[in-house]
Write a protein that binds this ligand. Structure first.
Ligand code: GLP
Length: 242
């Protein structure tokens, strides 16, 4: 595990963008796992800047997003499809047919999950998976539980997650109660994982995730078992690490 702490948000975003771009420069047909939430917004901005400066092309890249809300219209501003379009996809040359996000409006969600796993399998291994961290230790939308599910599945969102994501909606009642998420088995199969965590409000959970007991009560703690984990933190998130 390689943990790097940054004293500025710009430097952290630049470092994360460089890791993603470096992966694509060495593997033009790279398969990249993407995340949403507040944390990666600045990283995507940096990637778009680098693209506009001609540093990188996404022509041959394939992406798989971690998750999507269930039953939120695809064109809703808070759907993860809208988020990805406005923060990244609309600004780079990644062909639409090569970016994958689970369809949270699928008539048959179980079949949608099966097809998503099949598409990931067919693309080969995920070369680099970008991850954020939920306040309760979730990765993707894999919430703390007695047992975790390996593959893509429908999940009931935890109360803490509804509360954390209420800031993106008019009220907590508008936050979708379910999501489709990649499972921890798929996440851990990525060749390399880039975990990015920002803010003092994540200081306790990142300490638990990186140095605590490996337990399904803190899904991110399973990342300790990954052979190629890079963790980028701002100094506030790193505040409780020894
Ligand atoms: C969200 C997403 C996760 C994300 C996490 C943290 O709900 N499903 O993929 O990493 O919660 O989000 P944020 O970066 O906004 O704190």
């Amino acid at each position: 595990m390689n943990i790097i702490t940054f004293d500025s948000d710009d430097k952290l975003n630049e470092a994360a963008a460089n890791i993603i771009i470096g992966q694509i420069q060495t593997t033009p047909r790279a398969v990249i796992g993407l995340a949403t939430g507040g944390t990666p917004v600045g990283i995507y901005k940096q990637i778009v800047n680098d693209y506009q400066r001609g540093m990188i092309s996404f022509r041959d890249v394939t992406t798989f997003n971690l998750d999507e809300y269930v039953n939120l219209p695809i064109n809703h501003p808070e759907s993860y499809r809208s988020y990805m379009n406005s923060n990244l996809f609309d600004h780079i040359d990644l062909p639409a047919s090569q970016c994958h996000i689970p369809d949270g409006n699928a008539a048959d969600p179980a079949e949608e999950c099966r097809k998503y796993d099949e598409a990931i399998e067919l693309s080969g291994q995920v070369d680099l998976q970008l991850l954020g961290l939920g306040h309760n230790g979730h990765i993707g939308f894999n919430e703390p539980a007695h047992a975790l599910i390996k593959g893509t599945h429908v999940v009931d969102l935890a109360q803490e997650t509804l509360e954390a994501n209420a800031r993106f909606f008019d009220s907590i009642d508008d936050v979708p109660k379910q999501a489709i998420t990649m499972g921890v088995g798929t996440i851990l199969k990525a060749k390399k994982i880039l975990l990015v965590v920002k803010g003092a409000d994540k200081a306790d959970i990142i300490k638990r995730a990186l140095h605590g007991t490996i337990t399904t009560d803190c899904p991110a703690s399973l990342l300790q078992t990954h052979p190629n984990l890079i963790v980028l933190l701002d100094s506030a998130a790193a505040g409780k690490l020894a």
